[in-house]
Design a protein around this ligand. Structure first.
Ligand code: RB5
Length: 142
C-alpha cells in the first residue's frame, strides 16, 4: 500500500498521480488534502510519513508547491528517508543508494508527464542492497 498526500500546491498533481496509480493497478491511500483550498503542508507530510514509519504504508509520495516544505516535514519522522526529485536520474539513484521510502515532488516545479515518469522510476527501482549503501543508510539515523 502506497501513501499519498499533498497540500493545495500539489493537489492537481496528486490527482494525476492517483489516476496513474489506478491505471497501473497500484493500491494507495490518499491522506489529503481533498480540495484546492489553501492548507498547511506539514499536516499531510506528517500523516504520510507516520503511516510509512509505522508500516501501514510501504512507501509514500508527497507533493507541495516546491516539494521542499513537505519533504523537510517528512524527514523529521524517524525512519523516513524522503527524497525530493525533479528528474528520473535522482529518483533511480535515491532508491538504489538511499532506499528512499518517500518521494517528494514539486507540483509547481515539474510538469505532469515528467512527474509520472519520476513516480514510475521511484516505484520500479529496488534498493541495490549493496553493503556500502546499507552502511551509510544506517549512519543516517545515528
Ligand atoms: C504553499 O504556497 C507553498 O508554500 C507550499 O506548497 C510549499 O511549496 C512549501 O514548501
Amino acid at each position: 500500500m502506497l501513501g499519498i498526500g499533498s497540500d493545495h500546491g500539489g493537489f492537481q498533481l496528486k490527482q494525476a498521480i492517483m489516476a496513474h496509480l489506478r491505471q497501473r493497478g497500484i493500491e494507495y491511500k490518499d491522506f489529503g488534502t481533498y480540495t484546492e483550498a489553501s492548507c498547511d503542508y506539514p499536516e499531510y507530510g506528517r500523516a504520510v510519513a507516520l503511516a510509512v514509519a509505522a508500516g501501514e504504508c510501504d512507501r509514500g509520495i508527497l507533493i507541495c508547491g516546491t516539494g521542499i516544505g513537505i519533504s523537510i516535514t517528512a524527514n523529521k519522522v524517524p525512519g523516513i528517508r524522503a527524497a525530493l526529485c525533479s528528474d528520473c536520474f535522482s529518483a533511480e539513484a535515491t532508491r538504489l543508494h538511499n532506499d528512499a521510502n518517500i518521494l517528494a515532488l514539486g507540483g509547481r516545479v515539474v510538469g505532469e508527464g515528467l512527474a509520472l515518469k519520476i513516480v514510475d522510476t521511484f516505484l520500479d527501482t529496488p534498493f541495490s542492497g549493496e553493503e556500502r549503501h546499507a552502511r551509510r543508510i544506517a549512519k543516517i539515523e545515528g
